[in-house]
Design a protein around this ligand. Structure first.
Ligand code: HEC
Length: 115
């Protein structure tokens, strides 16, 4: 009986912790796990989180070309170190598969460098 009691208490405590932790995780993007599963997720997270929240990234919905432009902009305008070509390809694949024009809250992006 002792065991049954402490187990259910433990389960209740665990449930409380999970409920409290969930909204924070969903809103925060503090960890690669908070992003959609996929190849390149960790690389993307660590490349972008160096300067700003992933919130800036996940709210976008862009085509592959637009993601390429965005990364070029981060390098040229914001001083992001040039990515290794393999890593860059991985990141662009990840971004353009997970944050496409149909998943982001913004439909597209205006390239400030466009003529
Ligand atoms: C060296 C710093 C740096 C790195 C690394 C960096 N960014 Fe940025 N990024 C900025 C700055 C500065 C801004 C503009 C200020 C802001 O919106 O916070 C910005 C803004 C953005 C925006 C918003 C543009 C808009 O019009 O609202 C997007 C999208 C973006 N970054 C994507 C990325 C992605 C994707 C990565 C990772 C591959 C990345 N950034 C890595 C510095 C960086």
């Amino acid at each position: 009986m002792e065991l049954g009691f402490s187990l259910s208490r433990w389960a209740a405590a665990l449930a409380t912790v999970l409920v409290l932790a969930m909204p924070v995780r969903a809103a925060g993007f503090n960890d690669p796990e908070d992003l959609p599963e996929g190849l390149g997720r960790e690389e993307t997270f660590y490349a972008c989180i160096a300067c700003h929240s992933m919130q800036v990234v996940v709210r976008q919905g862009m085509s592959r070309e637009m993601w390429e432009d965005t990364i070029r902009l981060m390098v040229e305008r914001h001083g992001m170190p040039e990515l290794d070509p393999k890593e860059k390809a991985l990141i662009i694949n990840y971004l353009s598969e997970n944050f496409t024009a149909s998943t982001g809250s913004r439909r597209g992006w205006i390239n400030p460098f466009a003529p």
